[in-house]
Structure formats: C-alpha cells, structure tokens
Design a protein around this ligand. Structure first.
Ligand SMILES: [Zn+2]
Length: 74
C-alpha cells in the first residue's frame, strides 16, 4: 500500500455528496487526493466513470445488508 490517505471506517456521520444519505463508499481522487462520499445508490451510479480516476475505492456497501430494515426511506 502506497496511499498516504489513512483508511477509516465510514460512519453514520459520513453523508453522500450527491443526496445526503448515509455514505457507504469513500473514493479518493488520484489527481487531487480529494475525497468523495457516496451512498449505495450513487456509488453504483458513478462507479463506472469515477472509479478509474481514484487511487482508493473503499466500498462498504456490504454493510447495507445488515441495516436494510432501518431508515430505508431516509
Ligand atoms: Zn446518494
């Protein structure tokens, strides 16, 4: 691993940059090192175009299955 950005677990305080829902994917841009957060829905929507531009694609969408009964309309 050569990334300088520390990986951290996403929490309920991390919000999707597109819609404000809880974020489950953290993307770090290669060019700027900027960090983007996406919910499960938007991570799938942008992954094909965005992921090749990232140095780190931290996908925690697997955790969605544990929480599927909570705040699904949020
Ligand atoms: Zn979203």
């Amino acid at each position: 691993m050569t990334t300088a950005t520390a990986t951290r677990e996403l929490t309920a305080l991390d919000r999707c940059d597109r819609c404000g829902a809880q974020a489950y994917v953290r993307a770090v841009l290669q060019s700027s090192g900027g960090e983007l957060l996406f919910c499960g829905h938007h991570s799938r929507a942008v992954e094909a175009t965005l992921r090749p531009l990232t140095s780190d694609w931290q996908d925690e969408t697997g955790r969605l299955n544990e929480k599927v009964h909570q705040t699904i309309d949020d």
